[in-house]
Design a protein around this ligand. Structure first.
Ligand code: SF4
Length: 458
């Protein structure tokens, strides 16, 4: 998973991109990058770590121009480090070309092998580089047509921003898996993964491009190129609402906070529990826990506190291991929990390892009964559309029954939101992709079906 931003037609576009990336930091902490164009020349800076670690006034002053692309990259199992950071910048026959991508192209390996056979040299392991080569090798006469031809060869998930000279292009795959929103700010245009980025710079939200859209933004004007062919029903990612997006964003037309509250309310109707208080696994579950508390009329408390200053690479030299990692990140509030029957609401359960450590923490704080409630269905299948998830064998929902999971995490009762209930809660904004919960994949998994290992996603 990644966060992307594009800016066109504003003074010091790099500063605007920087602010937007700062707001999108939750979408990727492994690396950050900004590329700008000024007087026909591209400038690029990328760094590992957080946006604030990689950029300062001096770095931003070295990124001149009124057009910028930015990217924050999420940690993935393979292919980490600066070499796979974005934006990717190449010089091709039409000028400098930069790309920022969020998603996962499910035929990237097949395309890559074809391109390599034709002589293309790849510098990274990310699927985004395939887009660059497809554009550079296109025989279409104009940049617009080259970009459209390249994108039409891709299968899978891509919200992508491209910069060719001072022109910005923004496109979404025909299923619309990953979010993208367009706003007006500072006399120009800003395109970003989530509305929270636009809010930070005071932008006015203009639109969410439809699945398959290709927008061209040049000299302050937006034009719509011929869209990509529709390949099926739209399938925006419901996991953005469950967990990934910031609760103050609007995604798929829905307030993320309101969607999570609706999941929590539906969960309370489907999986009620008699308890003294409800609390969340902070922070992504706060809204769902509030919804659960509202619906069940059980007091909402702050039973767990999250430490926001845990570094990504923090490893204590003497106390390694899973439980210690949970303890670094969370602490239980004994005054809330001691002697009580509690409902703990989490947004999702993927491996179950964190939950087990958290439950041990809550027991130690004196909980009499623990009723664990999950505001989404069991995760039973990996995501191939851009959210980094473990393999099926590591997904506890795919390998254990609900009662086995209850015993594994050691709670008195365990209840999940049903698949139908999840859809019902946000029905007015759907239909959605729910493949990780249902195993039904909307876009073909081309590489997988051909026995090719997936490329490093973004
Ligand atoms: Fe989102 Fe799950 Fe679909 Fe991936 S498989 S796009 S995480 S709903």
């Amino acid at each position: 998973m990644c966060g992307i931003v594009g800016v066109q037609g504003t003074e010091r576009a790099a500063e605007t991109a920087f602010m937007c990336l700062y707001a999108l930091q939750h979408r990727g902490q492994e690396a950050a990058g900004i590329c700008t164009t000024s007087n026909g020349r591209a400038y690029l800076h990328r760094a590992t770590g957080l946006v604030i670690e990689g950029f300062n006034d001096t770095v931003l002053a070295g990124l001149p121009g009124e057009t910028a692309l930015g990217h924050v990259r999420y940690s993935t199992a393979g292919g980490s480090g600066l070499v796979n950071a974005q934006p990717i910048l190449v010089r091709y026959h039409k000028g400098d070309l930069a790309v920022s991508h969020n998603g996962n192209i499910t035929n990237a390996q097949i395309l890559r092998q074809e391109l390599e056979r034709e002589g293309a040299l790849f510098q990274t392991t990310v699927d985004t580089e395939v887009i660059v080569h497809l554009i550079a090798r296109s025989r279409q006469p104009t940049v617009d047509e080259q970009i459209r031809e390249a994108l039409s060869k891709l299968v899978g998930a891509f919200s992508v921003l491209l910069m060719v000279g001072d022109t910005l292009y923004a496109a979404r795959d025909p299923w619309g898996f990953r979010p993208l929103v367009v706003g007006r700010a500072r006399g120009g245009w800003v395109v970003a993964s989530e509305t929270c980025a636009l809010d930070l710079i005071g932008a006015q939200i203009a639109c969410e491009p439809a699945p398959g859209s290709i927008l061209k933004i040049e000299r302050g004007e937006v034009t719509h190129l011929e869209p990509l062919e529709q390949a099926g029903d739209p399938a925006p990612c419901i996991f953005e609402l469950v967990y990934f997006a910031r609760p103050d964003s609007r995604v798929w037309g829905a307030s993320v906070d309101r969607a999570r509250r609706a999941f929590g309310r539906q969960l309370a109707r489907e999986q009620p529990a008699a308890a003294d208080c409800v609390f969340s696994v902070p922070d992504s579950s706060n809204s769902a826990a509030l919804g659960f508390a509202e619906e069940s009329a059980i007091p909402y408390e702050l039973g767990l506190i999250r430490n926001h200053y845990v570094g990504r690479t923090f490893i204590h030299p003497y106390q390694k291991g899973r439980d210690f990692r949970v303890r670094i990140k969370y602490n239980a509030v004994r005054e809330v929990i001691d002697g009580k029957s509690v409902v703990v609401v989490d947004d999702s359960l993927v491996r179950g390892t964190t939950s087990r450590g958290l439950i041990a923490l809550i027991r130690e704080a004196g909980a009499r009964e623990i009723h664990f409630r999950v505001a989404s269905p069991p995760v039973i299948s990996p995501c191939y559309y851009g959210i980094d998830m473990p393999t099926k064998a590591e997904l506890i929902g795919a390998t254990h029954s609900i009662d086995e999971i209850r015993r594994h995490i050691a709670v008195d009762s365990l209840g999940y939101l049903s698949l139908e209930g999840m859809h019902r809660a946000v029905a007015e904004f759907g239909p959605f992709c729910d493949a990780c919960f249902s195993g039904r994949y909307a876009a073909p998994l081309v590489d997988l079906e051909m026995g090719r290992p997936a490329s490093t996603r973004c």
